[in-house]
Design a protein around this ligand. Structure first.
Ligand code: BTN
Length: 266
């Protein structure tokens, strides 16, 4: 069954997110479509869904794999009033929302691999791509793109993703209604969007949800690779690694191209 605004909106309890819902059969990227909607004046919380993307984007120009009709591909227009130094919090709340939605929809524990991959059992189940626009150094518009694997079977995954990726259906052992997953996502984003004013709740949840705190990781930044142990993860201050050289070094989420947890999946 296709996602429709009606199926998502029935029993949807949100204040802002999903007040307007657009569902498409196909588009290049729901983020691009949400930009068009936003630039044409779409209200705060407008959500765009698609059955299929022909140019789904991941972070750092990577492509996003999602077989037609079996995922939740969603982009939400957000218009918060925040200062430029709080921009990383938008990515943090999007990742927290996606993690909550995974738990609500499939009843399995979800973790966040810095800065914004959602993992279940060490395998990636959702990804977040936040884009923003600034007007004279103040951010005024965000597109929060979330790709959630819902009814993708293990056999549907291309060989190179089979070990590294998972889906709600794989984890639950049964298909999950995509409208329910979409609703869970809009509701959790609506809750976390309200927390953007402060930082305390986001910080706490972010640490608790971390898949990497205290673990040995390998980070790629600016074409270089760094190995070390994660001393701290913070949505604003970034990732603090105790490098093998003994030095501490901080990494900002938006600069981290790749992060691998050593000796584990993903
Ligand atoms: C990543 O893990 O690199 C982020 C992936 C984000 C994918 C979603 S799918 C919906 C939205 N539209 C896109 O083109 N990308 C995001």
């Amino acid at each position: 069954v296709k996602l429709t605004p009606e199926s998502i909106r029935s029993r949807l309890h949100t204040r802002v997110v999903g007040k307007r819902i657009v569902c498409l059969d196909a588009c290049e990227s729901t983020n691009d479509r949400a930009w068009q909607e936003a630039l044409a004046g779409a209200p705060d919380g407008t959500a765009v869904f698609a059955e299929e993307q022909t140019k789904g984007r991941g972070r750092f120009g990577r492509s996003w794999y999602a077989p037609k009709g079996s995922c939740v591909l969603c982009s939400v227009v957000l218009r918060p009033s925040i200062e430029a130094d709080r921009v990383p919090l938008v990515t943090a709340v999007a990742a927290l929302a996606a993690a909550d939605a995974v738990e609500d929809a499939a009843g399995v524990e979800a973790k966040i691999r810095f800065p914004n991959d959602i993992l279940v059992g060490g395998r990636k189940i959702a990804g977040v791509l936040v884009e923003s626009r600034f007007i004279s150094s103040k951010p005024d518009l965000f597109i929060v793109g979330i790709g959630l694997n819902v009814n993708v079977g293990r056999a549907d995954l291309p060989a190179e993703l089979r070990e590294a990726a998972t889906s709600l259906a794989i984890e639950r052992g049964a298909e999950v209604a995509r409208a329910a997953a979409a609703r869970a996502l809009l509701e959790s984003l609506d809750r976390w969007y309200r927390e953007l004013d402060g930082v305390k709740a986001i910080r706490k949840a972010w640490r608790e949800r971390s898949a990497i705190l205290g673990k040995r990781v390998r980070v790629r930044e600016g074409g270089r690779s760094y190995g070390g142990v994660v001393n701290e993860v913070d949505p604003l201050d970034g990732l603090v690694l105790r490098l093998d050289s003994g030095h501490e070094r901080a990494f900002r989420g938006e600069h981290v191209e790749r992060l691998e947890v050593e000796g584990s999946l993903g």
